[in-house]
Write a protein of this length. Structure first.
Length: 196
């Protein structure tokens, strides 16, 4: 039997899996905001992120006995969240396209020029993120936004570190092309964090 690299997380997960309500609340409190932030960036829609977050915790509750503490509990949950986010991605894009068609163009005249420029930049960023493959987007967000080490990003994606580095490199290059910039890519610069 291998020794757990995260014994505290393993003990907390074991207690939560046996029905300890305080342990489950501790898991939730420690992981909810980082998971929600990740899902907001991954999906680009707060409502879809809330739905995926709920699905993540439902799946985690059912599978908690399978967590062995080899990686952090947050990392384990992030991998589940990534799968749940990918599961709902197609439906989300259909809803967003429909919403855009129904809403039409926003009334730009009521916004100050600086806000219009900021909104245009955000829209460009969301569009560019939407052009990446799910693996590229996740690698970029996890490494750049959440500043996770490459080993944890690879674990969340379920692939080798070398493959993760390729996804990250391709994501950076594609984002530079899509955003037409030679500047170093910073996904979160000026964007602010998401809050539940």
């Amino acid at each position: 039997m291998t020794q757990s690299a995260h014994p505290e997380d393993g003990e907390l997960a074991r207690r939560a899996a046996t029905g300890d309500e305080r342990a489950w609340h501790a898991v939730y409190d420690a992981t909810c905001q980082p998971l929600f932030n990740f899902l907001c960036w991954q999906l680009g829609d707060r409502e879809a992120a809330r739905d995926a977050l709920q699905e993540t915790y439902l799946a985690a509750y059912r599978q908690l006995g399978g967590y062995r503490g080899e990686g952090s509990l947050l990392g384990w949950l992030r991998a589940i969240a990534l799968r749940k986010g990918l599961d709902g991605k197609r439906a989300l894009w259909r809803r967003l396209r429909l919403r855009e068609r129904l809403a039409g163009e926003p009334a730009a005249a009521v916004l100050p020029r600086e806000e219009i420029v900021l909104e245009a930049g955000r829209a460009a960023l969301w569009r560019a993120l939407g052009e990446l493959s799910p693996q590229q987007r996740a690698a970029l967000l996890l490494h750049e936004m959440e500043e996770l080490p490459m080993a944890e990003v690879a674990a969340a994606l379920g692939c080798a570190e070398a493959t993760t580095r390729v996804h990250l490199h391709r994501a950076r290059e594609r984002m530079k092309r899509l955003l037409r910039t030679d500047e170093p890519l910073s996904v979160v610069e000026g964007m602010g964090g998401q809050q539940t």
